[in-house]
Design a protein around this ligand. Structure first.
Ligand SMILES: [Zn+2]
Length: 141
């Protein structure tokens, strides 16, 4: 069975699963490439690989998918990506803080209940119009 591994420079390599966890020098750019997968003692290498791939522009989801493709379980892949890039909780905390800052700015920006006021005028005009059409006894002056 072969696995494919991509160097940060974009060059793809196909290698045997027996090489999982091993490192080699990229023929195109000379950078060290780590073959994903392998035994537990290769976790550090895989984490380094995940960080390299993230820096190369891969998303967390894509990285998890790659790890799963290369023999890790869904949970292992999740944990490895979290270990390498920070847990979702840490990221959510950072995101939540910036979102709160943004929504605070929006509250001060919006013009209060201007829209509600327009709706009431609309309803009033509609009642007047219907009263006029159907000769209802509740004209509003
Ligand atoms: Zn390369």
């Amino acid at each position: 069975m072969t696995i494919s591994v991509q160097c940060a420079c974009g060059k793809n390599y196909n290698t045997s699963t027996a090489n999982a966890g091993k490192r080699f020098a990229c023929k195109a750019c000379g950078n060290e490439v780590v073959v994903p997968g392998g035994a537990q003692d290769d976790v550090a290498a895989t984490i380094a690989w995940v960080q390299e791939q993230r820096d190369a522009g891969h998303t967390r989801g894509a990285l998890r998918q790659q790890l799963v493709t290369h023999g890790y379980s869904e949970d292992e892949a999740h944990e490895l990506v979290d270990t390498a890039l920070g847990t979702p909780d840490q990221i959510a905390a950072r995101r939540g803080a910036s979102r709160r800052a943004r929504s605070g700015a929006m509250e001060t920006d919006s013009g209060g209940d201007g829209a509600g006021w327009l709706i009431w005028i609309g309803i009033l005009l509609l009642i007047n119009l219907l009263s006029w059409i159907f000769d209802w006894p509740f004209w509003v002056y």
